[in-house]
Ligand binder design. Structure first.
Ligand SMILES: Cc1cc2nc3c(=O)[nH]c(=O)nc-3n(C[C@H](O)[C@H](O)[C@H](O)COP(=O)(O)OP(=O)(O)OC[C@H]3O[C@@H](n4cnc5c(N)ncnc54)[C@H](O)[C@@H]3O)c2cc1C
Length: 401
C-alpha cells in the first residue's frame, strides 16, 4: 500500500495552491461575491496554466491526467476560496460529458476553447417538475430532415447567463419507459449556429451562496440545431448522464473537502491567536477538542475522496459495478461532514464568524449547495442502497471492506 501522491500529482497540487494564493485575493473575492460576478479573469489565467481540464485529452490542449489530479486542483482552489474555487470548477465540469461521449470533432470544437479559458460550459438536466427524478424529461427532441428541434424549460442551470455551450438532457421518445428514450445534445449560445427558433435565458436571482456563478432558467422555443450536435448515442441520454456523474460527483465532493480544509486552517489560526480570559481560546478544552475533531474529520474526508478518485482512474472490470457506491459515498458524506467542520469554524470565530469579512459564513453558504446539486444526499443514499442490495456478499466481504 502506498499513500503517497506521485511527483506529478504533488507538483500539480503545489502549483494549484501557489496559483490560488497569488490570484484569489480576499478583497477581490469579496468584490466578486458582492457584485455577483463570475471570476472570468482568474478562470482564464487558471486555464492557461493547465488547471482547467486536467483530465481532458492532450490532443485538444487538456492535461491528459485523471480525476485524482482534478480533485487536487479543486481541493486547493476551494481551500483558498470557496466562491472562486467553486465558480472556476463549475465553469468547466459540465463539458466533461463531451470528454466522455463527444466525437473528436466535437471535442476540438468545444473542449479546445474551454481549456484555453475562452469558453465556459453549462449542463441542463433539471426541469421545474424533474429534479431528483431524471427518469423522464419534458424538454422534447424532434428529428427533422435537417436538424433536431428542442422545446421545453430547464431550471437552475449554473452559468446560464454566460455559458458558451449547454449540454441538454432531452426526451427523444415520448412514450419510452422511465429512464429510456432520452438523449444528450449540445446547444451553443451563439445564435448564428441555430437553424430556427430561439433560446431564452432568465436569471434566477438571490441565491444563498455560490454567488460568483449565475443560475438560470433556459427555455427552448422550437430551437432547431444541426444534427451534428447530438452527444453520444441517441436514446442513451440518461446513461451518459450517470457515467458523467460517476466522475463529476467525486470532483464535486472535492469542493466540499477544500471548503472544509480552508475553514479548518482559519479556525486553527483564530484558536491560537484569539485570547479571552488572558489565554488563547485553543487552551479552553471546549475549543481545543473541536479543533482536534475537525482535524480527524478532514483527514478522513481527504483520504476517502482521494480513494474514490483513484478507484475511478484505475477502474477495473471487477470494480466498475461497485464504483457508484464510492462516488455516492463521497458525494453525500464529504459535504455533510464538511458542513459540520465549517459550522464549528463559525462557532470558534464567535460573532466575527457571522460577518462576510472573515469569509467563514460565506464558506458555509457556498458549501451548502454541494449537498444538493448533482443529486441530493438522499439520492446518493438511495443509489448506495440499490447497489448494496444487489452486490455479492462475498465480494463485499473480501474486496470492498
Ligand atoms: C445553485 C444550484 C445550482 C444547480 N446547478 C444545476 C445545473 O447546472 N444543472 C442542472 O441540471 N441542475 C442544477 N441544479 C439542480 C439540482 O441538481 C437539483 O436542485 C437537485 O437535483 C434536486 O432537485 P429538486 O431541486 O427538484 O428537488 P426535489 O427532487 O424536488 O427534492 C426535494 C427533496 O426531496 C428529496 N427526495 C426526492 N426524491 C427522493 C427520493 N426518491 N428519496 C428520498 N428523498 C427524495 C430530495 O432529496 C430533497 O430533499 C442546481 C441547483 C442549485 C440550487
Amino acid at each position: 500500500m502506498d499513500f503517497s501522491l506521485t511527483k506529478e500529482q504533488r507538483d500539480i497540487k503545489r502549483a494549484a495552491a501557489e496559483f490560488a494564493k497569488k490570484e484569489f485575493k480576499p478583497e477581490l473575492a469579496q468584490a466578486y461575491e458582492l457584485e455577483h460576478r463570475f471570476p472570468r479573469e482568474i478562470y482564464k489565467k487558471a486555464a492557461q496554466l493547465g488547471f482547467v481540464g486536467a483530465d481532458y485529452p492532450e490532443r485538444i490542449g487538456g492535461g491528459g491526467m485523471g480525476i485524482l489530479e482534478n480533485v487536487l486542483v479543486v481541493e486547493e482552489f476551494c481551500k483558498a476560496d470557496s466562491g472562486i474555487g467553486m465558480a472556476i470548477h463549475l465553469a468547466y465540469i459540465p463539458s466533461k460529458i463531451l470528454k466522455l461521449f463527444g466525437t473528436t470533432l466535437q471535442q476540438e470544437q468545444f473542449l479546445a476553447p474551454l481549456v484555453r479559458g475562452d469558453w465556459v460550459s453549462a449542463v441542463s438536466f433539471t426541469e421545474p417538475d424533474h429534479g431528483s427524478d431524471l427518469t423522464h424529461m419534458e424538454t422534447s427532441l424532434e428529428e427533422k430532415e435537417d436538424g433536431f428541434v428542442l422545446n421545453g424549460t430547464k431550471v437552475f442551470t449554473t452559468n446560464a447567463s454566460y455559458a458558451d455551450f449547454f449540454i441538454i438532457l432531452v426526451q427523444d421518445q415520448q412514450d419510452a419507459a422511465p429512464g429510456k428514450g432520452m438523449t444528450t445534445i449540445v446547444v451553443q449560445r451563439d445564435s448564428s449556429t441555430w437553424l430556427e427558433g430561439s433560446m431564452e435565458i432568465n436569471e434566477i436571482p438571490n441565491k444563498m451562496g455560490l454567488r460568483m456563478t449565475s443560475s438560470g432558467e433556459v427555455v427552448f422555443h422550437n430551437l432547431k440545431v444541426p444534427k451534428g450536435n447530438l452527444v453520444g448515442e441517441r436514446g442513451r441520454g440518461l446513461l451518459n448522464v450517470l457515467d458523467f456523474l460517476d466522475e463529476s460527483r467525486i470532483e464535486i465532493a472535492a469542493q466540499a473537502l477544500g471548503n472544509a480544509e480552508g475553514a479548518f486552517i482559519k479556525a486553527l489560526k483564530h484558536g491560537r491567536e484569539r485570547t479571552q480570559f488572558r489565554k488563547p481560546i485553543i487552551d479552553f478544552q471546549a475549543v481545543g477538542h473541536k479543533l482536534a475533531r475537525m482535524w480527524s474529520e478532514i483527514q478522513s474526508l481527504k483520504w476517502l475522496t482521494y480513494y474514490a478518485a483513484w478507484l475511478c482512474d484505475t477502474r477495473t472490470d471487477t470494480m466498475s459495478g461497485a464504483l457508484p457506491l464510492f462516488t455516492s459515498m463521497v458525494k453525500h458524506h464529504v459535504p455533510e461532514r464538511a458542513k459540520k467542520v465549517i459550522d464549528e469554524t463559525i462557532t470558534i470565530f464567535g460573532g466575527y464568524g457571522y460577518f462576510l469579512e472573515q469569509e467563514v459564513e460565506r464558506r458555509y453558504r457556498d458549501n451548502r449547495i454541494v449537498e444538493i446539486y448533482e443529486g441530493t444526499v438522499e439520492v446518493q443514499l438511495n443509489n448506495m442502497v440499490r447497489i448494496l442490495k444487489k452486490l455479492n456478499l462475498d465480494f463485499i466481504r473480501s474486496t470492498l471492506i
